[in-house]
Design a protein around this ligand. Structure first.
Ligand SMILES: [Zn+2]
Length: 140
């Protein structure tokens, strides 16, 4: 499985995640939610988890609803979500799996010392309880 990302979407999500470092940050990916997945926009949402902000995130539901409503109005799909792993690999964690939905793209970016170190993406097919890795294409 593959997903393409527009350069503007990469730029937006990476600058957001770098700015939030050393805390975890998260956001919504918009585009086309059918294979081949295409992400054309990335929108930052607040991380409401303040107690464990370095290794957990709780996406602000108000931000999420605002982004998703705006997407519907513009005929864009919610393709998935992104978040950072500050000073940890971009491997999906047990918590990520536990909190994941099926058929949603999850982009995880490892940020080390304020710089992007690794980008990976994950997808849980219908009826499956584990992630499959998704190949990311830098540009559409
Ligand atoms: Zn994670």
């Amino acid at each position: 499985m593959r997903a393409g990302l527009a350069p503007g979407a990469w730029a937006a999500l990476e600058s957001h995640l770098i700015q939030a470092y050393p805390n975890e940050a998260c956001g919504v990916l918009l585009g086309r939610a059918e294979a081949p997945f295409a992400v054309v926009e990335a929108h930052a949402c607040a991380n409401l988890n303040t107690e464990r902000s370095r290794d957990r995130y709780l996406m602000d539901p108000a931000d999420q609803i605002r982004v998703e409503k705006d997407a519907r109005r513009r005929s864009l799909d919610v393709v998935g979500y992104y978040h950072s792993h500050p000073d940890h690999p971009a491997q999906a964690s047990a918590t990520d799996l536990e909190l994941s939905w099926e058929q949603v793209l999850y982009i995880i970016v490892s940020v080390r010392e304020g710089k992007v170190a690794e980008r990976r993406a994950w997808f849980r097919p219908l009826g499956q309880k584990s992630f499959e890795e998704v190949a990311l294409d830098a540009a559409l």
